[in-house]
Design a protein around this ligand. Sequence first.
Ligand SMILES: Cc1cc2nc3c(=O)[nH]c(=O)nc-3n(C[C@H](O)[C@H](O)[C@H](O)COP(=O)(O)O)c2cc1C
Length: 206
Amino acid sequence: MGTPMAHLLHIDSSARTSDSLTRRLSAQYVAAWQARNPQGTVAYRDLAVETPVPVSADWITGVFAPPEHHTEEAKAAVAAADVLIREVEAADTLVLGVPVYNFNVPAVFKAWIDQVFMAGRTFAYSADGPHGLLTGKKAVVLRSSGSDLEHPAFAPMDFHAPYIRGALGFVGITDVEIISVNGLNPEQVTEALTKGTDAITESLAA
Ligand SMILES: Cc1cc2nc3c(=O)[nH]c(=O)nc-3n(C[C@H](O)[C@H](O)[C@H](O)COP(=O)(O)O)c2cc1C
């Protein structure tokens, strides 16, 4: 059984609201996690519905300029990012549904990263270099692509998995499991869902 006070943050980022493999698998992961963690709590954020705004000049002022330059707009931009950061801080498990769009993450997921990655808040620099401040968490990424990105024709273009691992590692989330499925036609989709279900069962049994 899981940890009694566990808290999970579930994030989706597919533009599709129906037929989305990542939404289906992330929901399946969360349901299986809840069965193992009956006292655990879950927060949910749908980045396709409530899309974080792109980094703005106000955000940059609020994060990097000295306090005397912090306008009301700059404070509001940082406060909005802080809501997203607190959601991550509160969680010990992150379940992220992240499709592959043009060999990388969807723009809405990148927008989330751009809000959450805040110098002095989620990472900091010291004499030895950068340190992630969001430590002690596990992230499970449910990713789906149309093509098999392990195929030699596509593998060099797979910026999605290395980007997610690198980015999350930068803020201190180094325990990252990526469950990958792929498929476009109905037969491939059925196979993808079976593969995803098996991987979820294996992940939670570990
Ligand atoms: C805008 C867009 C870009 C895509 N780019 C790629 C890609 O670069 N490589 C790939 O294999 N599949 C690509 N696909 C296919 C999706 O990754 C695939 O359909 C995936 O299952 C989408 O996630 P979802 O099922 O959760 O919506 C793309 C799909 C869309 C809509």
